[in-house]
Design a protein around this ligand. Structure first.
Ligand SMILES: O=c1[nH]c(=O)c2[nH]c(=O)[nH]c2[nH]1
Length: 293
């Protein structure tokens, strides 16, 4: 028997960092996953834990670093942790740190007054994500940012026709349908930089603008347009991977009730759903290395 690739770490450390600027507080609400790899053969083959930094210590490090360094951008926090685990321990050769960030909005005061400064409501927005890798021997860093749960809908401007047909095809071609999806996207930065907040805002804006601005002949075409727009608007990004379920909205037949239905009443089916996935790369994208592992 041979030991294959392995990694270990603490998954899903939920860390909430409150900042206090007088009466004005802020929240960073994150879920951090750490995975380390290196000289772990003895641990697996012989139960020798000398090289194994407990996952409990990894979790403690996340909390301690949140206190010591704060959590500015999730990519920066993830890189700080990744470098720490690799550079402080010869047996750890590579770290993968993934962070999800959940957004909170301030609760406004009544009658348009300012809120308390310490009252928040969890946002219905998407989740921001990142996955960073740091490889000790090569000192190479990769940074992938992204989002999940960005739910969007066009109530017209979407067609689907001219598709292949076989003996099982019943789908009617359409020149006007609802197009809805929940975007999951991950984009690879060309290199480490210090503008992750602005980069995220730009990429998100580009995704939304392309979804809204594309007259769709298929979700595949829309996906490609969204990926292209992000690469056009964000020079720091060289590759984007998109996963987009087709959240089908079926026009309900109301004729049995003597009613017409001019594209007004839909059955929003949750399953099964088409799942459209694809990557868009800049022609000069550098080698991805271990970025997507
Ligand atoms: O945009 C679409 N792409 C498909 O591949 C597909 N297949 C399907 O049944 N409906 C759709 N819609």
């Amino acid at each position: 028997m041979l030991l294959g690739p392995n990694r270990y770490g603490k998954a899903e450390t939920r860390v909430v960092r409150i900042t206090r600027d007088g009466d004005l507080h802020g929240i960073k609400d994150c879920n951090v996953g750490v995975a380390l790899s290196g000289d772990m053969a003895a641990a697996h083959l012989a139960g020798d834990n000398a090289a194994v930094l407990p996952t409990d210590s990894q979790k403690n490090t996340v909390f301690a670093f949140a206190r010591k360094y704060g959590i500015a951008e999730i990519e920066e926090f993830a890189l700080l942790l990744a470098r720490h685990f690799v550079d402080s321990r010869p047996s750890v050769h590579r770290a993968r740190v993934a962070v999800e960030e959940y957004f909170w909005d301030r609760i406004p005061g009544e009658d348009g007054t300012a809120g308390t400064g310490h009252s928040f409501v969890r946002s219905g927005r998407e989740t921001r994500t990142c996955v960073v890798h740091y490889d000790g021997p090569s000192r190479r860093v990769t940074v992938v940012s992204g989002l999940t749960g960005l739910t969007v809908l066009n109530s017209t401007g979407s067609e689907f026709h001219g598709f292949a047909e076989d003996e099982f095809t019943t789908l009617a071609p359409t020149r006007d349908r609802v197009l809805a999806t929940e975007v999951r996207a991950a984009w690879r930065h060309r290199a480490e930089h210090d503008g992750y907040a602005a980069s995220y805002a730009r990429a998100r804006r580009a995704l939304l603008a392309a979804f809204a601005g594309t007259h769709s002949l298929s979700l595949q075409q829309t996906l490609y347009a969204m990926g292209c727009r992000v690469l056009e608007e964000c020079g720091e990004i060289c590759e984007i991977r998109l996963s987009m379920p087709n959240k089908h909205h079926f026009t309900v037949d109301l004729a049995p009730f003597g009613l017409d239905n001019p594209q007004e009443v839909f059955f929003a089916a949750d399953r099964p759903y088409g799942l459209i996935e694809g990557a868009v790369l800049a022609e000069d994208a550098p080698d991805a290395g271990f970025a997507w592992e």
